[in-house]
Design a protein around this ligand. Structure first.
Ligand SMILES: [Fe+2]
Length: 167
């Protein structure tokens, strides 16, 4: 697409996120299934539900821009998911694998937070408060998902299992 204005940039960013979120809806069930601790599986399943909502919000935001069929493909998310799938295919200690799944999931969350942060600012600059508010709701959920992953990773549940194997 042609970028002639900030509005075009916002559209391009949102189309990219539509692709990213749609890819995630496909990928998260596999990650949830591979998690060995209930806490991690439930966190991923909960975020899967939220991610379905993120797709809807991006569609609503694109609708406000008059876009009904986004065509961008998010190659960044495709790469992040491919890396996550490498982890899923690995053998080894279940706790170590959960830690690697968290690492992959946090890369995804940070990527989304970066993208939505930019899109939010663009919407704000363009006085498109409807789109900005939609993005804010999603940003809150991405940020909470990221914090929950950190909590799971630092809650001590891995230390016992992983370190015992390592020493
Ligand atoms: Fe999302």
């Amino acid at each position: 697409m042609k970028l002639d204005s900030l509005r075009d940039v916002l559209q391009e960013q949102l189309e990219d996120m539509h692709s990213a979120e749609t890819q995630l809806v496909e990928a998260l069930p596999k990650m949830a299934q591979a998690a060995s601790t209930n806490e991690l599986r439930e966190a991923i399943e909960h975020h899967l539900e939220e991610t379905r909502g993120h797709v809807r919000r991006v569609e609503e935001a694109l609708g406000e821009l008059g876009v009904s069929t986004p065509t961008e493909e998010c190659k960044g998310m495709r790469g992040l998911i491919a890396e996550g799938e490498e982890v899923l295919a690995m053998q080894g200690d279940p706790m170590a694998k959960d830690a690697a799944i968290i690492a992959a999931a946090q890369r995804v969350e940070h990527y989304e937070i970066a993208a939505y942060g930019t899109a939010r600012q663009l919407a704000d600059d363009l006085d498109m408060s409807g789109i900005r508010d939609l993005i804010d709701q999603t940003l809150d959920e991405e940020s909470n998902a990221d914090k929950l992953l950190t909590k799971i990773a630092t809650g001590g549940m891995f230390k016992a299992g992983v370190n015992v194997k390592a020493t």
